[in-house]
Ligand binder design. Sequence first.
Ligand code: DX5
Ligand code: ZN
Length: 213
Amino acid sequence: MIQIAPSMLAADFLHLEKDVKLVNEYADIFHLDIMDGTFVPNISYGFPVVEAISSIAVKPLDVHLMIVNPEKYVERFAKVGASMISFHLNATEDPAAVLRDIRSLGVKAGLVINPDIPVESLYPYLKDADFILLMSVFAGFGGQKFIEDTYMRIRTLREEIARQGLDLPIEVDGGVGPANAKALIEAGAEILVAGSAVFKAEDPGAVIAAMRG
Ligand code: DX5
Ligand code: ZN
């Protein structure tokens, strides 16, 4: 099943309610980017904003942590409404333990890597994860250009997931929109995150529909 996840980083923060409602019926998931200014050179938003979105979103919240020591905060993100929480492989000392922590909260656990980290480094953790997020730009900012290497990385990871007899979706994040959605789906991605492509468009609902192919 293909799922489209608008990234609220590209929403209008003065009118968040309007933007949540604009995509509520079209989106499958809300993608929320949490940046701490240390793991990535940018700061986004935190618990109160996630909680506010949660109060009106009718679709699950997917919290993408770009923070050091994610284990310190997973419980609080679960409390403010996250249904999915992902963190970067190199942001913690014991990724398997953090995946277990997230699952123990009744939340789907995801592992993320930036484009310069080999997909092979994920292999020991696949069995402990509910989804994998492959960055198709370097985490930290919206509106960047999609990195073409991502197609090969999705294919390689898909093969390994099958080899291990697992069934977990691959999410792709960064520079994604109607122009590359079809090729990403063909390569094996199942969750497509799109910020600028959705919220900078005249008709966000139509963009989401177009991305489904
Ligand atoms: C980047 C974030 C993305 C970002 C995507 O660090 O993880 O989720 O919002 O934005 P676009 O779709 O504009 O590249
Ligand atoms: Zn993200």
